[in-house]
Ligand binder design. Structure first.
Ligand SMILES: [Zn+2]
Length: 60
């Protein structure tokens, strides 16, 4: 245990460890969600039903 362990920041969307490829998010999906938030627009065309919580789904 001599190597400095770099702890990835948790994804601001779902709280999972961020991936270097999508940081600071854990996946392209979360990055997309955040982008929409920044744009201040909500695309509610995907699921007209009960919205799923982003804290589950991508488990890779
Ligand atoms: Zn995420």
């Amino acid at each position: 245990m001599t190597e400095p362990e770099i702890k990835p920041k948790p994804c601001p969307i779902c709280g999972k460890p961020a991936q270097p490829e999508y940081r600071p998010f854990c996946s392209a999906r979360c990055a997309d969600v955040d982008l929409h938030r920044w744009l201040g627009e909500v695309y509610r065309v995907e699921t007209p039903e009960t919205p799923e919580r982003p804290d589950r789904g991508d488990e890779e």
